[in-house]
Each structure stands twice: as structure tokens, then as C-alpha cells.
Write a protein that binds this ligand. Sequence first.
Ligand code: NAD
Ligand code: ZN
Ligand code: ZN
Length: 236
Amino acid sequence: AGGSSNPEEVVKKYLEELNAPPADEDCIICMEKLGAPSGYSDACESKTIRPESVGRLAKCTHTFHLLCVLAMYTSGNKDGSLQCPSCKTIYGEKTGTQPNGKMDVAILSESLPGNEDCGSIQIMYHINRGIQGPEHPNPGRPYSARGFPRYCYLPDNEKGRKVLELLKVAWRRRLIFTIGTSSTTGESNTVVWNEIHHKTEMDSNTSGHGYPDPNYLDNVLAELAAQGVTEDCLRS
Ligand code: NAD
Ligand code: ZN
Ligand code: ZN
């Protein structure tokens, strides 16, 4: 998604330039005062943004040097979205760096512990090993994909089906997995879960990623929301 819009336009779309910036406040990106030029003036050059320019994010009203936001944006995956470094509010549609793969869904009649009143939903994620792209930690180097397909479970009730639809949105936005170092195995340059927890055990809980867990659906809804995936995404 995005990619085609110019980084300076993305910055100007979400931040309003201030004529009278709060000069004594700090820019939390470069740690300089907002009354002083951006600390990224040398590292990040722009024809249209001056080092002294300060802007305010529309919804959360946090303020930064515009050049600092430009430097932050260009060091990310440049998907046309911005995330406030202070409060994490997302502007636009955040996407991740999940490698290519496939998400499949099956309905099972078997119930999950703690959800005996309904059957269950099984999600299968398929990802193969490959070569890292420019958005990954080591572009051009291989990445491994261990333990795929990975199977995950949701209760087949109203809330579980809603979580499933939001997980499909998160999958399309490449937010479910990323490439990095596995905290379980220590292996680097490998496909790992991103910040949206999944239940990979159906009828046991030896890993802590199983059922019963009465808070799971609420927790995963909060994790999806932190990535900008909410019920609003299902209406549009
Ligand atoms: P990770 O260990 O770097 O952890 C990333 C996130 O995933 C963390 O939030 C963690 O809490 C969560 N997580 C860890 N183990 C999980 C599990 N079993 N089910 C659901 N969530 C889990 O991430 P990773 O390396 O992608 O995940 C590790 C898990 O992947 C292992 O526990 C294992 O089940 C599976 N794995 C299997 C093989 C294999 O060859 N079969 C190889 C590597 C990993
Ligand atoms: Zn700054
Ligand atoms: Zn903010």
C-alpha cells in the first residue's frame, strides 16, 4: 500500500506547521528544544522543510520538528502512515513487513477449554523461507520460516468471529508476522510473531499460548487496536 506518495507530503498531510512553536518544549525525536533547529538537519535534507519548522499532529496534538518526523518516516517502511512517537496514535493505515504467505481458515466442531458452548475456528498461516526485501533488517539476505504452517484457534462465537475478521485485516496489512530474532529460539533472520498474540494450542496450555484464557479475546482486540485495526476497518 502507499509507497508512491512522497515522504514530505506524508509529513505535511498529518502535521500542521506552527507559526509560534512552544520554543521551550523538547522535540522527543531529536531531544533539542523546539525553538532550536532539528537535530536531524545534517542527516536528513529536504528542499521543502526547513530545520526550524515545527508541526503539530492533528488528533493527538503532539509537536515535533517537521524534519525529525521526516527522518523517522523515511527510516521506516514508508507506507504512507505515521505513528506518533509520543502516544502511538496512528495516522493513516499502518502496514508491517510480514513476508508473503497464505492465511486459511477452517471451522471445527471441537470446543476450546473455557468455551464449551461453541465450536472453534482454526487459522493456518503458511509462510516459506525467502530473501529479505528492502523493508527487512538485512535486505538481500535469506530468512528462515520455522514451524509453518502455524495453527491458531479462536472460539466460534460472535466475538471470536469478529477477532477473525480483524486478523484478516491485519494479515492483509502485513502485521501478523515480521522478520527478526526469535526470542524463543534465538535464531535471527527468521519469521517471528509480531505484536498480536495468537493461541497456538487448542486443548492444552503447556506453552502459555493456549486455552482456557478468559481475557484472550479482549487482549487481542487491544493489540489489534494498537496496530490501527479496529471495527471501523470492517465497515469501510
Ligand atoms: P518469538 O519467540 O520471538 O516470540 C514473539 C511473540 O510470540 C511473543 O509475544 C511470544 O509471547 C509469542 N509466542 C512465543 N511462542 C509462542 C507460541 N508457541 N504460540 C503463540 N505465540 C507464541 O516468536 P516466534 O519465534 O515466532 O515463536 C516461537 C514459537 O514458534 C515457538 O514456541 C514454537 O511453537 C514455534 N516455532 C516452531 C519451530 C519449529 O521448528 N517447529 C521453530 C521456531 C518456532
Ligand atoms: Zn526534533
Ligand atoms: Zn501523540
